[in-house]
Design a binder for this molecule. Structure first.
Ligand code: MRU
Length: 364
């Protein structure tokens, strides 16, 4: 991916040092800032404070966080404490828990002397696999989008939150097919919902702008009108990512996703969920078992932006003691999902569909 035409990734190991550089997503879209994570605490903070965010990237950062902990102290106590600390940072995105479980399985049997290097190596593998899987999601998604594009000569896509390359190592999940379509010369335009209260839609607009993909930001509440065909366009498909997909195909994703799925169903618009294997939780029988993160009420009480002289700032729009609820995710029942686009191809959002793509999960 490119920022100001310079190729980069959301997370990059620092050469010859136990550290990684990340793009601080709390500063975007107002400032492009690189932050160095050199300790377990740095990594846990980055995930908790959403300097890194998006299910796949949280997983990769968790893996590197564990590697950073073991670079300082590779014994069992350190391993277990780091696993516990990182697992407690964010509950819904299962990629984090998947990555930590994979790291633990690889590292626990090793002696302390081998652990630090093996941890670094495994974290790098997870990052590379994520990039490769997202690229393949893009290819499979493009195959689904081509017939839609052929119908009207162009593609109108709606997305929610940010499931682009900022949420992963590269390419993104929901935006990977968009980038693939754009690269294939298909005329594509993306409707980006703002995604209150954290406004991840601004991140989506920022990264689409970096690639010069045409897009329009809308208030979340405008999505129903547009999906119903009441605006100046007809939406060809809704494409979103996921933080956790249960074994039956129910999808946990950024709060507001469910409303888009409902409106899409009513309007007959296909609703696709793009996600890699690490997002699918075969241990969760259905969406009701997925923990939904409740975040600080200040995310609603305080709005961020640029002030009159272009400096990043914040504005309190609600009294400190105003009661607010801030569930960060919602659940979209599988029946509203047209297909899940995995790195191995699309599948129905059902138990059979998912297990058909991942046969090894039969024995999980
Ligand atoms: O709270 P966030 O910003 O981490 O939530 C991100 C999302 O909900 C994304 O849609 C999801 O992680 C898929 S990312 C490829």
């Amino acid at each position: 991916m490119q920022v100001n035409t310079i190729p980069t990734r959301t997370l990059r190991p620092v050469p010859d040092a136990p550290a990684v550089d990340i793009i601080d997503q709390t500063a975007l879209p107002y400032a492009y800032r690189i932050v160095r994570l050199a300790t377990l605490d740095d990594a846990a903070h980055a995930i908790r404070a959403m300097q890194v965010r998006g299910a796949p990237l949280i997983g990769v950062t968790g893996a590197y966080g564990l590697a950073l902990a073991l670079a300082q102290r590779p014994d069992d106590a350190s391993l277990n404490a780091a696993l516990a600390m990182l697992a407690a940072t964010r509950p819904t995105a299962v990629n984090l828990h998947w990555a930590l479980a994979r790291m633990q399985k690889r590292l626990a049997p090793l002696g302390a002397a081998e652990r630090a290097e093996a941890a670094w190596h495994e974290a790098a593998l997870i990052a590379e696999e994520d990039a490769a899987q997202c690229r393949r999601i893009g290819e499979h998604g493009l195959a689904l989008l081509r017939p839609l594009a052929a119908r009207c000569g162009r593609l109108e896509i709606m997305t929610h939150c940010n499931a682009g390359w900022l949420a992963c190592v590269e390419y993104g999940t929901a935006l990977a097919p968009v980038y693939a379509a754009f690269a294939a010369g298909i005329e594509v335009h993306v409707w980006v919902s703002e995604t209150r209260p954290r406004n991840q839609g601004l991140l989506t607009a920022w990264e689409l702008r970096q690639r010069r993909v045409p897009h329009t930001l809308i208030a979340d509440n405008a999505a129903g009108l547009l999906l119903a065909g009441g605006g100046s366009c007809a939406i060809d498909a809704v494409l979103v990512g996921a933080d956790r997909i249960a074994a039956n195909g129910d999808v946990a994703n950024k709060v507001g996703t469910y409303l888009k799925a409902l409106a899409a169903r009513e309007a007959g618009v296909p609703f696709y969920v793009a996600a890699p294997r690490s997002t699918i939780d075969f241990d969760c029988a259905s969406g009701t078992e997925i923990p939904i993160e409740e975040r600080s009420g200040d995310e609603l009480r305080v709005v961020h932006g640029l002030d009159a002289i272009g400096q990043p700032g914040q504005l309190r729009q609600l009294a400190l003691d105003e009661a607010v609820g801030n569930p960060a995710f919602d659940l979209t029942p599988a029946r509203f999902v047209t297909a899940i686009i995995t790195e191995l191809g699309p599948c129905p959002a059902t138990n059979e569909g998912l297990r058909g793509v991942y046969p090894e999960a039969r024995h999980a």
